[in-house]
Design a protein around this ligand. Structure first.
Ligand code: NI
Length: 178
């Protein structure tokens, strides 16, 4: 990302706030926020982005997924906006996986997450929606939802030995030649 990136970085206090519910998702200010989230997540080639990461402490996140250099095994999911999301159910079973975050550049960490979740949320029109995410997408949802609670993935890494520099991670996962 360029220096003009609007994404807040680790250390910014707004990343640590509990985000507020959105009263009226159809309000023009919310619609403008949705568009910014969609634009920025695509510019940054991210899998997800939460409103607090762009300085808006409200309960909005976007998820999108397709295979790319950083996540070669990612499934296809068109950009989806989840407003006032709630975690309805999650598996007891957890699995560890490597995560990164646009607000924590150049770092990867191993994080335990539920392997599947059921969620509900409001869409851009204010309609209540339900979704069931498994595996990678369940991980993305849980990561983005954490942002609404002021939690970053590094908080969930069990040991500093389970942190890696992004460049080293890419080499060790065969994405980059040494
Ligand atoms: Ni993140």
């Amino acid at each position: 990302m360029a220096l003009s990136s609007p994404i807040l970085l680790l250390g910014h206090p707004k990343l640590r706030e509990t985000a507020q519910a959105i009263a009226d998702v159809t309000h023009p200010s919310t619609q403008a926020l949705i568009q910014r989230l969609l634009n920025i997540v695509q510019e940054a080639s991210g899998m997800g982005l939460a409103a607090p990461q762009i300085g808006e402490s409200v309960r909005a996140l976007v998820m999108t997924s397709k295979p790319n250099a950083r996540y070669p095994h990612a499934p296809q999911m068109p950009p989806t906006v989840l407003l006032n999301p709630t975690l309805v159910w999650q598996t007891d079973e957890q699995e560890k996986g490597w995560e990164g975050c646009l607000s924590v550049p150049h770092l990867r960490g191993l994080v335990s997450r539920a392997t599947a979740v059921k969620v509900s949320y409001e869409d851009e029109q204010g309609q209540l929606q339900h979704a069931h995410f498994q595996g990678f997408l369940a991980r993305v949802f849980q990561h983005e939802y954490d942002h609404l609670e002021g939690i970053l993935f590094i908080d969930r890494v069990e040991s500093s030995r389970e942190l890696m520099a992004e460049a080293e991670w890419q080499i060790r996962h065969g994405l980059k030649k040494t």
